[in-house]
Design a protein around this ligand. Sequence first.
Ligand code: SF4
Length: 240
Amino acid sequence: MSAYISEIFNSIQGEGPYAGMRQVFVRFSGCQLHCTYCDTPQTLDTECRVERTTGRGDFYSINNPPGRDELAGIIRDLWSPSTRHVSLTGGEPLIHADFIKTLDLEYPFYLETNAGLPQQARKLKDTIAIASCDIKLPEHNSTDNYNELLKNELETISILNQTSHTFVKIVVLPETTKHSISLAVDGIASIDKNIPLILQPVTSDRVPSAGLLLELMDFAGEKLKDVRAIPQTHRMMNLL
Ligand code: SF4
């Protein structure tokens, strides 16, 4: 069993409530969605970039797909005293749930997922320590069947919330409205009002206004107990 991976490196988590924590990032290739703001290629890379020295950004290449033991060795080599999690990111890591389940590592897994594959999430629910689950909005143009995606995302959140520290991330565009986040807010509240919701302004030339963020926070805050607005901080520090 194997999985295509585009990059492996050690950096600082830049999103959500765990921003600032050191992690080894394993960026899996491929995704079933096509969001307008996507910054990761969807192709299956023939080579995987691996950071040689923790934090240096000096990369060498290995052939894809790496074997389970090869990947585990690379992660151990990149681990450092302040590193706390292995971030499984993408692309969409849940596509590779069967492979991830075979990884034999002593470190906690931090999953960054679009949450659109609940059957895959079920396979990993006892493996993941922290789950960052996206909910996409209609204006993200991630899929041709938005209602189906939202249903799947809520099911994934419900599954992972049983066994992992789970939070939800919604990327806010300038055109996002209370109406466009309302089904997501209601869905999260119906699972657990205590699940944190992170409103993340899109990293782009066109950012949402502060007024819009505050308006959306108050709207969501009527139904959820922990609503925060947090931008991508790794971009500010020129990190990977
Ligand atoms: S879910 Fe993530 S990786 Fe997939 S298309 Fe959207 S932004 Fe890109």
